[in-house]
Design a protein around this ligand. Structure first.
Ligand SMILES: *Cc1c(COP(=O)(O)O)cnc(C)c1O
Length: 811
């Protein structure tokens, strides 16, 4: 049990201002939107995009009474009843505390790293080992594997845990040391070394060396020898693979129906494992798990018995369209307090329906104490939920305390039997459960059937990108996010909800209709409309949308409309043309504009802006600098004439990076939010949109045959051809036919063959192991694909047609 007194000695404090040094601390807090049990919380003011010091007052108001800050000049006089500790670096401090907590345990801790498969191996190992450690096996929640995530994971290790599985993720050189120092693993696992997240490393060797730092003090490193040169020279290694000398030497791999059978040598004996999975990535992950169990001394029969129940994981929290105009958040893989909190936050972001409901299963691997119960009750009651449906006998104990309409079922079968008596109409429903409860059966009942081609949108990555760009902003610069064109193809209210939750200052749409849709979905942020037109003034005003005024004509007609309606001081945005020559006032029209604005009280100028033409092109620097100075000159004339201030903005995504001095009062973030970084100094953005389809049919054809329309796909060898259900009507450009475009199947690139059809196209999969139903990545490299047909990534993203179903997830 920690108190402020003990914590002030664990973290290196430069200064402290203590009100109550006996205050117990049980929760680590870094985000004021995620506070429960405030009194026992310790708030760390992290620099995570936004400066955490800005949220101290909010945290105090929500009941937090203990703080760790970095800014020595921060005045605490208005927070009389609180503890304050100052440190050099608040992230380091939370890591110090986590490392200290970890050192209190002498249990085995497995540290898992690798480019792919970390989370799956962790979750599978948990499932495989759990029978021997009921409630005593700890795993880091979800993919909590970052510098902060690992610290938060470790903090939750409790006295009764006998074993822990902790995931470590890095994206660049220099990050692993601090993770190793926190986790202090006793056993290490390397899952895989691929090209995922390659940007932060000069080479694969450098990446391996960095990951390997996690293992600097472990007893044993379990790894696939395929990725490790000199695998034999690692004295504390336990390698598996095809290399003679591997402890687990795989001799044969074959398929038998839906099973993969592995025959291997282990300790001078032959062992056989049948794994109920087929794809290479799953088999690799399963082999990692088998190697760990062998190392831990499990007999082959036990391993075989448990491996039988491995399944592909749907670990992601997904937002799907439900029946009866519902939105369904499907999160049916695991249930622990941390992931429940994440899921509830996500539920809370959803404004598209009036009601929000929850279907919650029991908790696994969590000691069911009074404190845990009251925490869950508080979490649920904080949400103002419409319906709460509890599944699992121990949840009966909290039923009474829940302040919503509560239903209780002892198991999922009971709930299904009674399902006809529950109605879900026009509400957002979170289905949150541990794997054992199989709540996915409930999700199947509520979700509309999905098609074979989907655009997956990772909202968590979008959040990550937002944070990245925020961290580039100077102090007090506001941010407007461009959600025009269905958010560059990524979606409407789903994206806007996330941005609203993340306190973006402004949204921008192209047309009034787009803004009306956002309002209908409960978006309250100010919204600018780039292309307003006369016919839409009524809707614009009714839905409080703010027009871009780009000409005297549109100003005059809007003022006329406002006069008829007797509306005063309506917010508008003035667009200046400093070189784009699209919409906007030219410099020689400013006197007239200024005159007109001074003669009306109908509109109020809230911002004046212009648009950079080539902010990403270093050769156009001179032009861009001219644009910026012309903008500043004209804006200051207007400001003087009008006699009041307004927001000034000119930077788009590239401008934020290349012209930081032009960030002015606000920036307009577009393509960067969606994960496309056109700047040479890579920002480590995360990919947001992934277009996926599946193989519908596979054919074997002989040399000389042709594939597709007009016989353009001539086969120059015997070939295996796969048909996938995506064509130019879905936005897969016809120019990508005939081997110009590449897709990815089971981590291998394959070429298109023949012309692209309207709803389908064909791929040459001769060199790839693949089966009908396998998943296909349509744009494994969006930028390169765009380039190959003389397009830009924007084009391909917004071109993905509306009939392609969008699935959102937050992981
Ligand atoms: C689309 C748009 C942006 C965003 O541009 P990106 O290059 O996507 O960042 C900014 N301002 C205006 C006026 C736009 O039309």
């Amino acid at each position: 049990m920690y108190t402020i007194a003990s914590i002030s000695e664990i973290i290196t404090c430069k200064r402290a201002h203590i009100f109550n040094d006996a205050q117990k601390i049980l929760e680590l807090v870094y985000d004021t939107r995620k506070i429960s049990m405030a009194q026992e919380g310790l708030f760390f003011a992290l620099k995570n995009g936004r400066d955490g010091h800005l949220f101290v007052a909010d945290a105090y108001q929500k009941g937090i009474r203990s703080f760790v800050l970095a800014d020595l000049n921060f005045s605490v006089s208005s927070f009389p009843e609180a503890n304050f500790m100052w440190v050099e670096d608040t992230l380091k401090a939370i890591q110090q505390l986590a490392a200290y907590h970890r050192r209190q345990f002498t249990i085995p801790v497995i540290g898992i790293t690798g480019s792919n498969g970390k989370t799956i191996v962790k979750e599978w190992l948990y499932q495989l080992l759990e029978p021997d450690y009921v409630h005593q096996l700890y795993k880091s929640p979800k993919s909590y594997n970052s510098q902060l995530g690992v610290a938060l994971s470790l903090w939750n290790i409790q006295a009764d845990h006998k074993f822990a599985l902790i995931e470590a993720g890095i994206s660049r050189v220099g990050e692993m040391l601090s993770l190793q120092q926190m986790i202090q693993p006793t056993i290490g696992i390397l899952t895989n070394l691929g090209t995922a997240h390659m940007e932060g490393f000069a080479s694969k060797t450098e990446k391996l060396a960095e990951k390997w730092k996690l293992f600097s003090e472990v007893d044993r490193i379990i790894f696939p020898s395929a990725y490790v040169p000199d695998a034999g020279s690692i004295t504390n290694g336990f390698s598996w693979g095809l290399r003679s000398g591997d402890q687990l030497l795989i001799k044969d791999k074959s398929q038998d129906g839906n099973w993969t059978v592995i025959v291997a040598d282990y300790l001078d004996a032959e062992v056989t494992f049948a794994i109920p999975l087929l794809d290479n990535a799953s088999i690799e992950n399963a082999c990692s798990c088998i190697a760990v169990m062998l190392y831990l001394g499990y007999p082959q029969v036990v391993i075989q018995e448990r491996v039988k129940s491995l399944r592909p994981l749907e670990m992601r929290l997904e937002l799907k369209k439900g029946k009866n105009n519902c939105s369904i958040i499907d999160d049916t893989y695991s249930n622990d307090l941390a992931s429940l909190q994440i899921a509830l936050d996500f539920l809370n972001q959803q404004n598209q329906h009036q009601h929000r409901s929850l279907i919650l299963s029991g908790f696994i691997g969590l000691e069911w104490t009074e404190r845990v119960k009251s925490k869950i009750v508080q979490l649920l009651n904080d949400q103002a939920l419409y319906k709460v449906i509890l599944v699992g006998h121990h949840l009966a104990e909290i039923q009474e305390a829940i302040q919503s309409n509560v239903y209780f079922y002892k198991d999922t079968a009971d709930l299904i039997a009674d399902f006809g008596n529950l109605t879900f109409v026009d509400e957002t429903v979170l289905i949150k459960g541990a794997r054992r409860f199989h709540l996915e059966d409930i999700s199947h009942l509520l979700v509309e059937k999905s098609h074979e081609t989907v655009l997956e949108i990772n909202l968590k990555s979008m959040e990550h990108n937002l944070v990245k760009y925020r961290s580039l902003l100077k102090k007090d610069v506001k941010m407007m996010a461009m959600v025009k064109a269905f958010s560059y193809g990524a979606g409407g209210f789903e994206v806007a909800n996330l941005l609203q939750f993340n306190k973006i200052d402004y949204l921008t749409v192209a047309f009034v209709d787009e803004g009306v849709e956002l309002r209908a979905a409960g978006i309250k942020l100010p919204v600018m409309v780039l292309s307003p037109h006369e016919g839409a003034f009524a809707d614009m005003v009714r839905y409080r949308l703010e027009p871009e005024i780009y000409s005297l004509r549109i100003l005059q007609s809007f003022v006329t409309y406002l006069t008829e309606q007797q509306i005063d001081q309506y917010p508008v945005h003035i667009k200046l043309d400093t070189g784009m020559h699209r919409l906007g006032f030219m410099e020689d029209e400013i006197a007239e504009l200024s005159e007109a604005l001074q003669h009306t009280s109908r509109v109020k100028v809230v911002s004046v802006f212009s648009h950079l033409v080539a902010a990403g092109d270093p050769l156009m620097k001179e032009f861009t600098v001219c644009q910026i100075s012309a903008y500043k000159r004209i804006a200051s004339v207007l400001e003087k004439d009008l006699g009041y201030g307004f927001l000034k903005h000119i930077c788009n995504t590239s401008g934020i990076v290349h012209y930081p001095d032009a960030q002015l009062d606000m920036v307009r973030l577009g393509i960067g939010l969606y994960g496309i970084d056109m700047t040479p100094n890579r920002l480590h953005l995360e990919q947001v949109s992934t277009l996926k389809t599946t193989i519908t049919q596979i054919k074997s054809l002989v040399k000389g045959e042709t594939v597709g329309y007009d016989r353009k796909g001539v086969l120059d060898r015997d070939s295996k051809i796969a048909t996938v259900k995506i064509g130019y009507a879905d936005g897969y450009d016809r120019r990508l036919g005939n081997a110009v475009g590449q897709m990815m199947i089971n981590r291998k690139l394959v070429n298109t063959v023949g012309n692209i059809c309207m709803d389908m196209c064909m791929l040459d999969i001769t060199d790839v192991e693949a089966r009908e139903g396998d998943e296909v990545l349509v744009f494994p490299n969006l930028e390169q694909t765009a380039k190959s047909i003389g397009a830009i990534p924007y084009e391909l993203l917004v071109g993905i047609s509306a009939r392609v179903k969008r699935v959102y997830y937050y992981e």
